[in-house]
Write a protein that binds this ligand. Structure first.
Ligand code: SIN
Length: 332
């Protein structure tokens, strides 16, 4: 990789045409490793972590590997990225753990409403034997390998009307990721779930195709959802985290020494990303307010009503996820 790779990935962030420019920054003889993801902006935890990973590989494995980051669904969006990894058209992804339903039901644990009080608890779970085993949940059926869990934030509801209690959401349509748990959760509120790719959410909120959505501060800020919603309610009801992942085929294609170096860098970047994610979320919450977005806070009593409404959803998924996994997450 020629110098200035960070600048180049930043250019790729801004212009879709920049992706070709970024790839051309690789030196002849270097193997191009494509990293596709769907988030944007410059302050988003996934954007920062993906760029850090590219930067580290491109410096420390210079001459061998050249990671090119394609953010903002510019290479593959939600519906195509896993298929692209299966086909070897991309080598690195970091999809939300809520998007793996066609490959494994086990990641549903990360989606269970109110299972994690905060990201610290989720990080503790990922370090338990159950959490570590889940990194390889799709190795046998799809050849996918989890390199690490990247936390993104807790999730909050927004809508085109103020939501204080779940009953305020009755009859509304909410965009959800392709997660059966999320769909069941929305139905428990008396609302209708509509699964949709992340890149389509702003337009769907703007045109009224859906009334609301649920996401982290960083996604709500960088995608400007606050512009087309009445307000955001601090429900803290669910986690959003990513599986930083590759394929076994790609790992097998590296020499043992290169593979060890690649995996060590992946591990260090993961630790670093998770250490800095809370600060990024707090900064993007403040950015929303600065930009004119409205945030509703809940009293403990109001929040308890959300918990009581959604918690029954757990039972429905216990069999598919596994009781041992749910207990490890809830008790972490
Ligand atoms: C992401 O943060 O990668 C996208 C989350 C979403 O689809 O809501």
């Amino acid at each position: 990789m020629k110098k200035l790779n960070l600048v180049l990935t930043t250019l790729a962030l801004t212009f879709s045409a920049g992706t070709a420019f970024a790839a051309s920054a690789c030196d002849p003889g270097e193997r191009v490793v494509k990293f596709s993801h769907v988030t944007g902006g410059t302050t988003h935890p996934k954007v920062v972590a993906a760029n850090n990973f590219a930067d580290r590989i491109n410096k420390e494995m210079n001459g061998k590997l050249c990671v090119v980051v394609y953010p903002n669904s510019t290479l593959f969006g939600d519906s195509k990225e896993l298929e692209a990894l299966l086909l070897g058209d991309v080598q690195l992804l970091a999809p939300s753990l809520a998007k793996f339903g066609s490959y494994t039901p086990k990641y549903g644990v990360f989606d269970l409403p109110f299972i994690f009080k905060d990201m610290d608890q989720a990080i503790r779970f990922t370090k338990t034997p159950e959490g570590k085993d889940l990194l390889m949940a799709m190795k046998d059926n799809a050849g996918f390998v989890g390199l690490g869990y990247w936390m993104s934030g807790m999730k909050y509801f927004s809508a085109n009307k103020k939501l204080i209690l779940p009953s305020d959401a009755e009859g509304l349509k909410f965009r959800v990721q392709t997660s059966d748990v999320a769909k069941a959760m929305i139905k428990a509120m008396g609302a209708s779930p509509q699964a949709m790719a992340f890149s389509e959410v702003y337009g769907a909120l703007q045109t009224g195709v859906v009334d609301g959505q649920e996401n982290t501060w960083s996604n709500i800020y960088t995608k400007k959802f606050y512009e087309v919603q009445d307000s955001i309610t601090e429900t803290n009801h669910q986690l959003l985290a990513y599986l930083f992942m590759t394929s076994q085929d790609f790992l097998d294609s590296l020499s043992p020494a290169d593979r060890a170096q690649f995996l060590a860098i992946a591990d260090e970047v993961t630790q670093e990303a998770n250490e800095s994610v809370k600060a990024k979320e707090a900064a993007n919450r403040a950015n929303i307010l600065k930009a004119g977005g409205k945030i509703n806070t809940l009293t403990p009593e109001q929040r308890q009503i959300w918990v009581d409404t959604m918690k029954p959803v757990w039972k429905k998924f216990q069999g598919d996820i596994g009781e041992n996994i749910i207990n490890a997450a809830a008790g972490a």
